[in-house]
Design a protein around this ligand. Sequence first.
Ligand code: G3P
Ligand code: CA
Length: 324
Amino acid sequence: MTMCHLSILEPENGRCGLRAALLLSALGVTTVALTASAPASAGTGRDLRVDAGAHGTTARWLVDGLRAAAPAPGVPLRGPGAPLTVYAHRGASSAAPENTLLADEVARRSGVEWIENDVQPSKDGVPYVLHDETVNRTTSGTGRIRDLTAAQLDALDAGSWFAPAFAGARVPSLAAQLDDLHARGGSLLLEIKGPHSRDEVARVVKDIRDHDMAGRVLVQSFDADALRLTRELAPDLPLALLRSELDADPVAVAGELGLSAYHPSDSALASRPEIVTALHAAGVAVNVWTVDAATRWKALDAAGVDGIITNHPAELAGWLSARP
Ligand code: G3P
Ligand code: CA
């Protein structure tokens, strides 16, 4: 038997939405609390059907059959008048070799909090930060990352291809990456690149937990199954779905996957910008990739997106601070 207490906190900023606190006590098992936005506009003067339940230490509730979006720790939902969030794509990848600690440091020194990196496993199952399926383009080596051991990856030079001054930069393991963020600051938009097995996702989650970084990571993927596995293994980690083309109903997909954010490409969003309002009404943030032109920054800012993923984080941060 589950005891449930639901109380309305406040209408959401002008959206006729619903924000509520839910306390669930699964008798003798656990007590969990959740504050969440309703998954759709609640409106006024009508009855809502609310169903609530607890699974372990996770609370879930549905309003009129749609799952409420839990506010994800560390996922910035842009408030009225607030600036959008800058995400440094593969670190400050226009200024330093992508997906290295040096690119992360350049982003950090530009005052940018959020760093995007890609993660994939080595042959021996260690998560490493690399974008491509092979190490050919961005390192001194050759071959598929999944065919190379951790020791082989550690021996590669990931900086010389970009410029001689970066010689000696390494392909970071996810553990090294998290260590660096933990020690030096910053939050991580972590892309699980390509299909991953349950064990591979479990190792990513373990690394995040071992470094006490769960509150500073947003997991994203093009692969919906990778997100489902992450949710199963770590329901407290916020999730974002990457899309090159929009789903017919992004709000429904967000509800089904339990997303905190939806990440369309710039061109996909341009085809239906009204999804921003719909996703916001469902409590889901919208962050757009990969946008490097100031004309598009301006348009997306005006469209109310929550964040922009860019190869030029310093320039976007500067543009944001200079705009009226
Ligand atoms: O963060 C969005 C972006 O990283 C997705 O594309 O290919 O650069 O990983 P890609
Ligand atoms: Ca990526």
